[in-house]
Ligand binder design. Structure first.
Ligand code: HEC
Ligand code: HEC
Ligand code: HEC
Ligand code: HEC
Ligand code: HEC
Ligand code: HEC
Length: 420
């Protein structure tokens, strides 16, 4: 009889543990979903317009696959990262720095105009994925069907499935126990009675108490850590580039022509970033800046091997290129040529790059999406007096006598012109 009794107590404890697991798991699952009070439909539109050039849900493109990103990262982190990843990195956030290094320092643009709600919508879309109409809003927390699930990582739906499984197990255990009782001629007990008995046994079980204490403290520590990491993100902002180069000082205040430094833009596909030797044309003499004094200019000297004291180059010094961080980055599948736009079409840099001469820290101004290219090709008149392709232009002038000749008319909407 005594043995019978202890084994019943064991069973009670098992029930208790199963129940706690179940409730905490379903809490977690709800937490995950409730964290995303976003509309996946709206999110999808934003994603396609602003992110799809570099991200896909299910596979790596320019940046990582987006499915499951909400399990890798906290919501708070994601909002900061998406709004301005350079700033997050500058705050010293390890994850932000690690992923940036992993992707060879190709900087993702900042999206200062996205509201928190916009970002939550996008995140909801990364969870729900592409589904046929009537997608349940993620905040309902319903185990939706046909969800585009991330391939790796613990997904909240896995948690839901796991916890449902545990619930079923629990009910079966209760059933088994009650059947045993009936066989022995005792009154069956309810789940609630079992629960309170279980609690009584559990508080006497030291191992269980120790285990639970550990779980709770780990959880609290993690929360504390995240709390601490997010303090002071707004402070101590450091520019993202290796040298605090200001376009405002150079192209704005001092009126240096863009093409003095970016001379490649007129001649070829790429607009070059100037080498540190070009900086030395002026900085051999301009040895101090208005804001950073000698600190930033010394970095130019360190790259080219110039000694401030003796005012001369160090003999035999191996020059190190400055590792500028790329801001603009079209996917490889698209072909864009600067010379064609700057020289042939005669467009100003600012048409596409915005008011660069006012930027302390350079940022991507235009969307750089296919829609952006095509809209401009539809609207922009080509410069028929530029002396290039004279024959073609004369024919076009003939053909469209009164109308304006746009880039579209010379084939600017043909897929093959922009995609090889
Ligand atoms: C121009 C390309 C580009 C665009 C556009 C872009 N990203 Fe990224 N994204 C990247 C790259 C590259 C990385 C990898 C980190 C790095 O190199 O800085 C990244 C990383 C991320 C990460 C971190 C993923 C992880 O595993 O931690 C998130 C989240 C993200 N992007 C979301 C977005 C969202 C949302 C948008 C649209 C609003 C967007 N990105 C638009 C290029 C881009
Ligand atoms: C004194 C040299 C200098 C002048 C003048 C200059 N730039 Fe730059 N530019 C740089 C350097 C160095 C970088 C790389 C660091 C950075 O991104 O700030 C750069 C970066 C850029 C980038 C981003 C490249 C990328 O990584 O995608 C653009 C766009 C750009 N410049 C446009 C312009 C325009 C437009 C002007 C004229 C209004 C101009 N620049 C004038 C030196 C110059
Ligand atoms: C055509 C001349 C010229 C060239 C080329 C040039 N600079 Fe400058 N730079 C200036 C002038 C002018 C100032 C401002 C000095 C002042 O106001 O006291 C300046 C200031 C600076 C400062 C100081 C910023 C501060 O606020 O302390 C840095 C850093 C700098 N330049 C970096 C560069 C880099 C990097 C390059 C090459 C990519 C470069 N410069 C090329 C003319 C030039
Ligand atoms: C028609 C739009 C357009 C105009 C005009 C334009 N750019 Fe760009 N620029 C782009 C695009 C698009 C990219 C991204 C190219 C890529 O990633 O391959 C880019 C990239 C750059 C880069 C990064 C290096 C590279 O080539 O990828 C620099 C620097 C730059 N532009 C400078 C300039 C300067 C300076 C001018 C004016 C002389 C200028 N751009 C005019 C659209 C333009
Ligand atoms: C600000 C307006 C503008 C934007 C933005 C723009 N383009 Fe263009 N593009 C033009 C004009 C104008 C021409 C015609 C040049 C000429 O006279 O040949 C042109 C011509 C071209 C051509 C040659 C077409 C032909 O038939 O020879 C290609 C390719 C091209 N652009 C690619 C792109 C790509 C890729 C993008 C986006 C990344 C882009 N353009 C963005 C204005 C623009
Ligand atoms: C004026 C230049 C231009 C023309 C014309 C053009 N594209 Fe694009 N396309 C781009 C650029 C730039 C991108 C990359 C930016 C983006 O994905 O938002 C792109 C992206 C794409 C993508 C997306 C690939 C991905 O990242 O998932 C597809 C598909 C595509 N183009 C197909 C076409 C087809 C089909 C045509 C002809 C009807 C066409 N394009 C005409 C410039 C062009």
């Amino acid at each position: 009889m005594k043995i019978m009794k202890t084994s019943f107590n064991r069973l009670n404890m098992l029930l208790l543990v199963a129940m706690m697991l179940w409730s905490s798991l379903s809490l977690f699952a709800q937490d995950g979903a409730a964290n995303l009070p976003g509309d996946p439909e709206l999110g999808k539109k934003l994603f396609n317009a602003q992110c799809a050039a570099c991200h896909k849900l299910d596979k790596k493109l320019v940046g990582p696959a987006m499915a499951g990103v909400t399990e890798r990262r906290s919501q708070e982190w994601l909002i900061k990262w998406i709004r301005n990843n350079a700033e997050l990195r500058a705050s010293g956030d390890r994850d932000a720095i690690a992923i940036y290094e992993e992707y060879n320092r190709s900087a993702m643009p900042a999206f200062p105009l996205l509201s928190d709600q916009d970002i939550l919508n996008i995140l909801a879309y990364t969870i729900v994925g592409d589904k046929p109409a009537a997608a349940p809003a993620a905040d309902q927390g319903a185990p939706a069907t046909g969800v585009a699930q991330p391939k790796e990582g613990l997904n909240i739906w896995v948690l839901v499935a796991l916890s449902s499984f545990l619930l079923v197990l629990l009910l079966i255990l209760v059933k088994v126990k009650n059947t045993l009782k009936v066989i022995k001629g005792e009154e069956p007990t309810s789940v609630l009675e079992d629960f309170s008995k279980g609690v009584q046994v559990a508080v006497k079980n030291q191992k269980l108490i120790v285990f639970l204490t550990i779980v709770v403290s780990v959880f609290l520590l993690k929360e504390l850590y995240w709390g601490l990491m997010s303090i002071g993100v707004e402070q101590g902002y450091m520019p993202e580039q290796p040298i605090a180069f200001s376009h405002k000082i150079h192209a704005g205040d001092n009126g240096i022509d863009c093409k003095y430094c970016h001379y490649g833009a007129e001649k070829g596909k790429h607009s070059n970033i100037p080498s540190a030797m070009l900086c030395m044309n002026c900085h051999t003499y301009i040895q101090e800046g208005p804001k950073y004094g000698t600190k930033e200019i010394d970095k130019i000297y360190a790259a080219v091997g110039f000694d401030r004291e003796s005012n001369s180059y160090i003999p035999g010094y191996e020059q190190k290129p400055v590792k500028w961080v790329r801001v603009h980055n079209l996917p490889d599948l698209a072909y864009f040529n600067h010379a064609q736009h700057v020289n042939v079409a005669g467009l100003e840099c600012q048409t596409c790059h915005g008011p660069v001469q006012e930027m302390e820290v350079l940022y991507q101004y235009s969307e750089l999406t296919m829609g952006w290219c095509i809209n401009c090709h539809r609207e922009t008149e080509i410069n028929v007096e530029n002396g290039y392709y004279k024959d073609l232009h004369d024919k076009l002038k003939e053909k469209y006598k009164s109308k304006k000749v746009t880039a579209e008319m010379i084939g600017g909407l043909e897929c093959g012109k922009c995609h090889y």
